[in-house]
Every structure is written in structure tokens, then in C-alpha cells.
Design a protein around this ligand. Structure first.
Ligand code: SF4
Length: 507
């Protein structure tokens, strides 16, 4: 057959819910596979259409992040243009396949603007993957615009699907895919997890991404930030986390935590450096769980050859002095972020399935500080049954830890997580509520704290955790009546940054 007729056009879509340039690894992987199969690939994203309720901007407003000049770098288009621009993209490119990647929040964005697109003729074959289709396939497949979904890791299924699609062969029996066929919905089982020697074998395609996608604020300044996975999968099972939902889907189907072959990691980091990275952010859920010898080899190499500031995330339990010393010996700035979640052991043990005593978390941060490593802690508020007293135990614990940065999110019961099931069982949610952002008021009903109390505490969290106690009466005024104390609130945020904030010296 004529090669031109065989060439398929693939449009990849990322319905980013923030106003920041994000480079989803999934797009780089899907595009690389499609191009290797000879397809013509284009990309559409919602990143640069101005949306309400963008979380990073809200965190700048509430002082958790220093205000950056991201607005000067990223010019945003009016949101109203989004639907027309997307339709125009489809009509001019005329894709055979539309491939979409979404988490739960992004799926709502996707549904917001695709409802009118069914009229597009010819309609592309629409296949959607990512966390949300994995944990909520019944909900996703109901969308009449969607023809198929992919559950779990998409690399193998996408390659198999495209290969058969290109050759006009039947693709209804591919593992991981749910497909609407002429005879009904075909739900195929999930195949085994991809082994580490295959998982990172194909380099990502970065061709759709520019400065806006790689530049992210840090300490109020914009830096080109390379993003890397050195492992995938988290060994823990926190009840509120999408990782747990994902892990449950893969139970019995192979090793969940996989470590990237070292040579492959080296190549990927060098590529980021060539592309102009000024810092490297590791996306592993628990970086310090990688094997001891691997970490030793990595630190020696990175400290000698790369030396760029690096950011990692890890669990406090994985912080051991020997490992932290290896990081410190690289003599490059390192930031470690840990989920702390709550200062109440009741919440940690009974609600979150994070069975770590507060004094162990404290010890982990004492070690990192001893080696001058920058510390970030993530907390949450609005857990089911959480009281005001427990929320203040979190605030007081963060004060005691004296972190460089701490951010607080509002609990949302994500689909597929054990804590969502608990909330439904107890009648705190119906399960039909709209998905919210991490800074929106909580959706749980019949709780010790009202939704507005939770929302208001989060808004002054950075003030409560950073300013001396003598400011507490003023902060409480802002907490209880924000609208009539805006001026005071802004003064306190500004005071916090001028007098009580440690900037990170990068060079
Ligand atoms: S440690 Fe982090 S990534 Fe792992 S399950 Fe818990 S919250 Fe999720």
C-alpha cells in the first residue's frame, strides 16, 4: 500500500488544570512511540488558557510560595478561546487518533471542553489513559466522546494499539484497554507491570515543549528545571493516595517499585543538562528507597559530573544519616521534600495508614538539617474526623520542625483510594461531588470543622507556621475574617518574607 495512505495522524491532548507549563512524561512517551511507528504527531494542551483556581498561583497568594514572575514568562490566552482553538486544531490536523492523558482533576477539565466536539466530522478515535481512567474506568467510559481507555501503564498497550490501528487490524483484545466495539464494551484484563529494563528503554520526545514547560518558579525566581524518574512506584500504601489505588489495580502483576538502570539514568540526566537545565527534579515518590549501592554510585557520579541543584521527594522513614551524608558529600544544593501530612498520630495511624511516630519524622528532619539540606514538608487539613485541635497539632509540629518550606493541601477523597470508600461508607460524601483542587474548600459533610473553617486555616497556614507566636492574635483575626483584614493579611505575608524566610543560595 502507498506509504502516504498508511501514515496515521495522532493528536495528543493534555488538559492541564493549572496555568503553568507542565511537561507530562506520558506525552513524551506516547509521542516517541507514535513517531517510531511512523505516525505524524501533534500536540494540544490547555496549559496556557487562563483558568480560575490554579493551585500554584493560590499558593503564591497565601505565602506558601514566594511570588514569582511567572506571569511575565507565560502569556495566557482567554479561557473562552479554548474550545474553538481545540476544534480548529482537530479540523486542520484531522487526526485519526486523539490520545489523552489525565488525572482526576484533569478529567473534569477534559469533560468541560469536549462536549461540543462530537460534531466534528470525521471524529478521531479517542483513547484516554492516565490515573483517572485506571481507577475510575466505569466513569470515564461513560463519556460518549471516548472510544477506548487504557488502565495502568500505557507504554505497551499504546504501542500495540497503534501498530494494529496503522495496519487496520482488530485491536479489541489488547491488555489494559477497554474498548467500545460494535458488539458492546470489551474490557480486557490488565497485563503485568513493565520490567525495569524495558520501562525506560525509549528516550522521551521533547519536541512539543519549550521554555515555558521547562521553566518553573523556585524561591520566587524562574529556573529551567529538568524532570527525571530514577524509579517508579512507591512501596507505601497511604489511604488517601492515588499511588495506593494504582498499586491495588496491579496487585499480583509484578514488581511495583522499579529502579531505572543506572546507565539509562545517566543518559537521561545528561540530555536534561544539554537542554539547559539549571536544576534537576526527581519525580520518584520515594527517592531514598533506591538501593544503597545504587545511591552511592549515583551520588559519586552526580557530584563529580553534574553538580546541578537537585530536588527529591522521599518518605521520612527512608531518611538515614548514611544516605544523607552521601547526598551532602556531592557538595551541590539538595532539597528534600517529605510528606508529613499531620501532626496528630491519631490521624497518621488511624486515618492515613502512615504508621510513623512524630519523633521519627522529627529525627529525619534533624538529620537533613545537620547536613544543610533544604527541607520541604507537605501537610494536609480536612481529613475525615479531624478536629481543630488536631489541625493545630499539625501547625505546631511544623513550627517545631522549622522547615525551609511547608505547604498545606485540603484533603480530597480521590477515586480508587481506601479513604474515599471510608468517606462514602460513613456518609461524609455521596461519591458524586465535583473533583476539587488541593486549595478549594473540602467536600466532606458532618465534620468537626466546617468546610470554611478548614479553608480559612489553610489560607493563613504559612503565617501560623512561620511567624512568632506574638502574631497569633493578628493571624487569627485574618483567619476568622479575611475579607475585613486583607490589608493586615498582606502586611503579615510581607513581614514573613522579609524577616522570617531563608532563601536558597543556589550558586
Ligand atoms: S508515601 Fe507518598 S506516594 Fe507513597 S503511598 Fe504514601 S502518599 Fe502516596
Amino acid at each position: 500500500m502507498d506509504e502516504k495512505i498508511m501514515t496515521k495522524r495522532i493528536l495528543l491532548l493534555y488538559p492541564n488544570s493549572t496555568n503553568d507549563g507542565v511537561m507530562p512524561l506520558a506525552i513524551g512517551i506516547l509521542s516517541a512511540i507514535a513517531k517510531d511507528l511512523g505516525c505524524e504527531v501533534e500536540y494540544f494542551e490547555t496549559s496556557f488558557y487562563e483558568k480560575e483556581g490554579s493551585v500554584p498561583e493560590e499558593r503564591e497568594r497565601t505565602g506558601e510560595f514566594k511570588v514569582s514572575d511567572r506571569k511575565n514568562l507565560i502569556k495566557l490566552l482567554p479561557y473562552e478561546r479554548l474550545r474553538d482553538d481545540f476544534i480548529e486544531k482537530i479540523e486542520t490536523f484531522r487526526p485519526d487518533v486523539l490520545g489523552v492523558t489525565v488525572n482526576s482533576i484533569e478529567f473534569e477539565k477534559f469533560e468541560e471542553f469536549v462536549d461540543a466536539i462530537e460534531a466534528v466530522n470525521p471524529k478521531p478515535f479517542v483513547i484516554i489513559g492516565g490515573v483517572h481512567p485506571t481507577v475510575a474506568p466505569e466513569e470515564v467510559i461513560k463519556n460518549s466522546f471516548v472510544d477506548a481507555l487504557c488502565r495502568g501503564e500505557g507504554e505497551r498497550a499504546w504501542e500495540e494499539f497503534l501498530s494494529r490501528f496503522i495496519e487496520n487490524k482488530d485491536f479489541s483484545d489488547i491488555n489494559n484497554l477497554w474498548i467500545k466495539t460494535g458488539s458492546g464494551l470489551q474490557k480486557n484484563p490488565i497485563g503485568p507491570l513493565i520490567k525495569e529494563d524495558k520501562l525506560w528503554a525509549r528516550p522521551l520526545d521533547y519536541s512539543f515543549f519549550d521554555k515555558r514547560h521547562f521553566t518553573a518558579p523556585f524561591d520566587g525566581k524562574m529556573y529551567h528545571r529538568g524532570q527525571i524518574e530514577s524509579s517508579r512506584g512507591c512501596p507505601f500504601s497511604c489511604t488517601y493516595c492515588a499511588n495506593t489505588a494504582f498499586k491495588n489495580v496491579y496487585r499480583g502483576l509484578g514488581k511495583f517499585v522499579r529502579v531505572r538502570p543506572f546507565d539509562n539514568l545517566v543518559k537521561a540526566i545528561k540530555k536534561q543538562v544539554e537542554m539547559g537545565s539549571e536544576m534537576i527534579q526527581f519525580q520518584d515518590e520515594c527517592f531514598l528507597s533506591i538501593p544503597h549501592d545504587y545511591l552511592k554510585t549515583f551520588c559519586k557520579w552526580y557530584g563529580e559530573e553534574i553538580k546541578l541543584p537537585m530536588m527529591i521527594q522521599t518518605r521520612p522513614e527512608s531518611v538515614k544519616e548514611e544516605k544523607i551524608k552521601m547526598l551532602a558529600d556531592m557538595k551541590t544544593p539538595v532539597q528534600i521534600s517529605c510528606g508529613i501530612e499531620s501532626g496528630s498520630e491519631r490521624i497518621l495511624f488511624e486515618i492515613c495508614n502512615r504508621k510513623t511516630r512524630l519523633h521519627h519524622i522529627k529525627k529525619a528532619f534533624d538529620i537533613t538539617k545537620k547536613y544543610n539540606i533544604r527541607t520541604t514538608g507537605y501537610t494536609m487539613i480536612g481529613f475525615p474526623t479531624e478536629t481543630r485541635e488536631e489541625a493545630f497539632q499539625t501547625i505546631n509540629f511544623i513550627r517545631e520542625l522549622d522547615l525551609d518550606i511547608s505547604i498545606m493541601s485540603i484533603f480530597y477523597p480521590f477515586v480508587g483510594t481506601p479513604l474515599r470508600e471510608y468517606c462514602i461508607e460513613k456518609g461524609y460524601i455521596t461519591g458524586k461531588e465535583r473533583t476539587t483542587n488541593f486549595t478549594d474548600p473540602p467536600i466532606l459533610k458532618n465534620q468537626p470543622m466546617s468546610p470554611m473553617e478548614v479553608y480559612n486555616i489553610r489560607r493563613v497556614y504559612s503565617l501560623y507556621t512561620r511567624l512568632p507566636e506574638e502574631y497569633f492574635p493578628k493571624i487569627e483575626r485574618c483567619e476568622k475574617d479575611y475579607e475585613n483584614n486583607r490589608e493586615l493579611y498582606n502586611e503579615l505575608i510581607s513581614l514573613m518574607y522579609t524577616s522570617y524566610y531563608r532563601s536558597w543560595i543556589l550558586h
